[in-house]
Design a protein around this ligand. Structure first.
Ligand SMILES: Cc1ncc(COP(=O)(O)O)c(C=O)c1O
Length: 1020
């Protein structure tokens, strides 16, 4: 406190004079933030930079000398430490007088250019490893450094942490935080204090907080090649436990990080390489990290008591208050295991011993049930994400739906027992729908026990001798219900546990902790659904090598991102059960195996989305699920228009598939009914349908119709258009024929400028833009006529998608249609992307312009994933096409396709998806349009309904496309669980085009994530 009264008060001009007088250096001065002393950044004309440090009048000169000596010592061995500069007399410390007569010590050190880590929001894993490396190199260098001033009694010394916390924690006003800290201090005292004498000690920096770590690097957008260029401010140096230095650096680096353990593990990996941690240091590291944050909270509470108006102190504590509760959820021994793994040490040594012992004793272990599971006929269930036994609809997985399916399977296989697999990612035990705040947050999905499905009441025996350790009735859905934990001991004295969950209630009667149970002795019975947490009757059996003080709350299902660690705490129960391995199906290929096979067997120019490809296993409404059960919000796929795996569409198609699926040369009512329903959605005279299998085929057929009707060949298309992948569609798709590998337009294709009001020839400020763009069609027609040629037609998407989610200027299409008709051509509306209510305001986008095209092509969404395309035209054009040559498509219009198509139409209408699209789209636009003012990179936000684009530019004047940045955002959004894509001629337009059930809260979630990523300094 009294220090603050002695803070130096020099002006910039004084700093300039001091530098000149003492060091003979001419420079300009900028004040740097500091509370108890004064620091100025001094820049010379030759661009050299220094920090002039004017110490508090009360600062101990010996401590200043200690800091100087430490920096000089470090400079001989590391690159990231400031250099100390001598004054004109060759001294490291000078003295000056303040106007009030106080004496201040002055030092000069080199300035390390970079930015403090605290001001950098996005930090790569490489950065954390680099920070760990620097701290490790620093600690290695300091092993042979000492200074009497460092051996001080200092309240920021972690070695005094427990004392500080005990003294000040009662001052913490937040009762919950206070309790956490008390609990934590108790653990520290009991488990860490005894280990402290074994730790190495040295003089440490003691404050590598994120404002004392200076970062450099640039270039690559994904990592910015972030690295540590400086660790500064040696003012807190103290002789203490060496590992404390790393603990402090970790404590600050993990604040507000979503996965603190991962961050810490990266830092430890980096540290351990130059300066190996001892096993004892690894054991105390996590508690020390938490202790530092507890200390900080306690010291702040103490300081706040003295200076209650210090708002800064309160604000700076917020990250600690947010992070500490999350850290206390991680058991220190779990953290230790992760840290040992980061150091390439055997992560959980006693687990290995236990597994070896279990393996040796496997033969003698008794069976869990009356029948011997090693030999009895069994069914092994697949309950994984892609299991056909599981529904995408969570309601359908509830009792008694799943049980019915499982019993039927067992009956069909003629078995009385079935197995649910260990290490299987599942959706059935996960709350995976309904968390609106974060629909894509990671849930626990990986099952780390083994399920033994059998009739309720079946007797359960313990395979191994042991004693009752804990038991409980864990009520609640997806819980263990009645559960018992037995403790066992190996020959070498290692304890481990077996867990028996989902038992019958009466199993718990008369149980006492400590009761001995012999191998093969009955311990209970399998519970029924009404007593076991409403689950299919089964025994959940799990081995546990360390209970982590969780007892009956030990998890049976864990997060996929921590699966590698949990497998050590709960090894494969089959070590005890002993079912021959060959009775289990081969595991599914991993994501990397699937990627390798794809690269080998599938043409390389079929691209794969995202830098980190996703192995997608299941879809449900607007969500997709990967092989780990992670949920993604699909904001990109328009084909599953009414939602992935819409039950009505699936049911209609599969019902018809089991009845009849043949070609259209026989009469069938579905094709007629579907055609009529489609025509009913369209204006007259569009009343004749043709069915094919893909939009490419649809557009190809539309071309033939236009040519048959007009007797002409030439077509007008828009720049950057895409209409399909066949040869003649590549010809009418400038996006392809003018893109990589393309050979340009053939002579019969005439390309008009894309009417893009943002970056096109005429822009939004030009009121005549629509007519001016239409004037280019006049030019093309004139040229054709001058050459004595006719026009077959004009084809365009009503809102060009591949061109970058473009909305054409009002009046443009009607002006073009008039001109084309006058020239004898037909107008084809490619409504493949925009049809069926997507733009929210209208069922078809052309309706917004009051147009009636001559031919409408529908595709993708109309089958919700079933390959259907429809071409609808007038009787007159259809008749002209009926010129003697038969039209036939083997699959087009078959009864299964029509059943699916009818169900999609029903769902769009019954579920009001068009108005949903309008609402959700409005919500997104309202959230994203302000981005234009807030983020220079966001040039334009446009669209309607669930058909939106966000165009990114590096320069608002030149409109230089920000292609890499768009790709970066899309990949970062993917990491956040939101699927998007890019499009446009420069791939700089983020395309938002979700399945139509995408709702307003999904819209908010998307906007919030995009805002977060745009705010990250990477893009600023
Ligand atoms: C506007 C448009 N038309 C036609 C097609 C071709 O569709 P398909 O791949 O189903 O043949 C696409 C495909 O992306 C498209 O976007």
């Amino acid at each position: 406190m009294s220090f603050l009264k002695h803070t130096p008060q020099f002006a910039k001009q004084d700093a300039i004079a001091i530098l000149n007088d003492l060091y003979d250096i001419q420079a300009t001065a900028d004040a740097l933030p500091s509370e108890r002393d004064q620091n100025f950044r001094m820049s010379t004309p030759s661009k050299e930079c220094f920090v002039l440090k004017i110490a508090n009048a009360l600062d101990d000169p010996a401590l200043l000398d200690c800091q100087n000596q430490a920096m000089l010592h470090l400079n001989r061995q590391v690159t990231f430490c400031p250099k100390v500069v001598t004054n004109r007399n060759g001294e490291f410390i000078s003295e000056i007088q303040s106007p009030t007569g106080a004496t201040h010590k002055v030092r000069l050190v080199t300035y390390l250019p970079g930015v403090p880590m605290g001001s950098v929001q996005r930090r790569s894993s490489g950065l954390f490893e680099d920070l760990g490396r620097c701290v490790g190199e620093m600690d290695r260098a300091m092993t042979d450094f000492d200074h009497p001033a460092a051996r001080r009694d200092f309240y920021w010394d972690l070695a005094k942490g427990l004392q500080i916390v005990k003294e000040y924690h009662p001052l913490i006003p937040n009762a919950h935080l206070r309790e956490l800290i008390e609990k934590f201090a108790g653990y520290f005292e009991q488990s860490v204090t005894p280990l402290l004498p074994d730790l190495r000690k040295s003089v440490i920096h003691n404050d590598a907080n994120d404002y004392n770590v200076i970062l450099g690097g640039n270039g690559d957008l994904y990592t910015r090649n972030q690295r540590v260029v400086g660790i500064i401010d040696f003012g807190d140096m103290v002789f203490s436990h060496t590992v404390g230095n790393l603990a402090i650096a970790i404590a600050y680096a993990i604040l507000d990080q979503s996965d603190p353990l991962r961050v810490a593990a990266h830092m430890i990996k980096g540290y351990h390489r130059p300066f190996a941690l001892t096993q004892a240091e690894i054991a105390v590291l996590y508690p020390m990290v938490c202790m530092r944050l507890c200390m900080s909270a306690c010291i702040a509470a103490h300081q706040l008591k003295e200076r209650p108006d210090n708002e800064y102190l309160m604000i700076s504590q917020m990250p600690i208050q947010r992070t500490l509760p999350r850290l206390t959820e991680i058991h220190p021994r779990f953290a230790e295991t992760a840290f040992r793994q980061a150091c390439d040490l055997s992560p959980l040594p006693h687990a290995q011993t236990i597994c070896k012992w279990l393996d040796r004793n496997r033969i003698t272990a008794a069976s869990l049930l009356d029948i011997d599971l090693r030999t009895a006929p069994l069914k092994i269930f697949d309950l994984s994400v892609a299991s056909s036994l599981v529904s995408g609809n969570p309601e359908k997985n509830k009792e008694s739906h799943l049980t019915k399916k499982l019993w039927e399977k067992m009956q069909a296989a003629g078995v009385s027992v079935a197995i649910g697999r260990y290490n299987e990612a599942r959706l059935i035990q996960t709350r995976f729908i309904g968390n609106i705040d974060s629909p894509t947050a990671e849930h626990r999905t990986v099952h780390i026990g083994m399920d033994v499905f059998a009739q309720p009441g079946a007797t359960v025996y313990t395979p191994l001798a042991g004693k009752v350790y804990a038991f409980s009735n864990n009520e609640g859905s997806q819980n263990y219900g009645p559960v018992i934990i037995l403790q066992h001991t190996t020959d070498s004295g290692d304890s481990f546990y077996t867990l028996y969950g989902n038992l019958s209630l009466d199993t718990l009667e008369g149980l006492t902790a400590g009761k001995s149970i012999a191998a093969g002795q009955q311990i209970g019975r399998i519970g029924s659904a009404d007593e076991n947490g409403n689950r299919t009757p089964h025994l959940h059996f799990q081995i546990i090598t360390d209970l982590l003080d969780k007892d009956c709350d030990f998890p049976g299902v864990v997060r996929a991102s921590e699966q590698h660690l949990w497998k050590l705490f709960s090894p494969d129960p089959n070590l005890v059960i002993g079912i021959p391995q060959d009775r289990f199906p081969a595991p599914d290929p991993s994501t990397s195996d699937t990627l390798a096979a794809r690269r080998k067997y599938i043409g390389r120019n079929l691209s794969i989305g995202y830098r980190n490809p996703i192995k997608m296993m299941r879809g449900w409404r607007q969500y997709l699920f990967d092989d780990t059960g992670r949920r993604y919000l699909d904001a990109y796929n328009n084909v599953p228009h009414v939602g992935h795996c819409h039950p009505k569409v699936v049911a209609a198609a599969s019902r018809q598939m089991s009845v009849l699926n043949t070609n259209t040369r026989y009469l069938h009512d579905f094709i007629n009914r579907y055609a009529k329903r489609l025509c009913d959605t369209l204006p007259a005279p569009l009343s004749v349908c043709f069915f094919v299998n893909s939009a490419s085929e649809g557009n190809e057929l539309a071309l033939r119709l236009a040519r048959a009707y007009t007797g002409q060949r030439d077509m007008i298309v828009l720049e950057v258009a895409y209409h399909g992948h066949t040869t003649s569609l590549i010809d009418i798709s400038p996006y392809k024929h003018n893109g990589p590998g393309g050979k340009g337009a053939p002579s019969w294709v005439h390309t008009a400028p894309i009417p893009d009001l943002y970056r096109g020839l005429y822009r939004s400020d030009d009121l005549q833009a629509a007519l001016k763009y239409a004037g280019h069609i006049d030019d093309i027609i004139r040229e054709l006529q001058d050459n004595g040629m006719g026009l077959a037609g004009f084809i365009a998407e009503t809102c060009p998608s591949v061109a970058g989610q473009i909305f054409l200027p009002k009046g443009y299409l009607s002006a073009v249609y008039r001109r084309v008709h006058k020239a004898g051509g037909l107008c084809i509306a490619d409504e493949v992307q925009t049809g069926y209510g997507r733009i929210g305001t209208h069922f078809y986008a052309f309706e917004a312009e009051n147009l009636v095209p001559d031919i409408v092509v529908l595709g993708k969404p109309i089958g919700n994933g079933h390959p259907i395309s429809a071409v609808i035209t007038s009787p007159e054009i259809a008749e002209a096409f009926d010129n003697g040559m038969e039209f036939f498509s083997t699959f087009g219009g078959n009864a299964v396709s029509c059943a699916a198509g009818l169900a999609v139409l029903d769902a769009v209408i019954e579920e009001n998806l068009q108005s949903n699209a309008l609402k959700a789209g409005k919500r997104m636009l309202a959230g994203m349009i302000p981005f234009i003012d807030r983020f220079p990179i966001v040039g334009d936000v446009r669209g309607s309904g669930l058909f939106l684009g966000v165009e990114l530019v590096r320069d608002r004047e030149t409109l230089e496309p920000a292609r890499e940045e768009a790709d970066f955002i899309v990949n970062r959004m993917r990491d956040a669980g939101v699927l998007l894509g890019t499009d446009g001629p420069f791939e700089n337009v983020i395309k938002i085009r979700p399945p139509m059930p995408f709702n307003e809260s999904n819209a908010e979630f998307l906007v919030a994530n995009m805002e977060r990523i745009l705010t990250e300094d990477f893009l600023v």
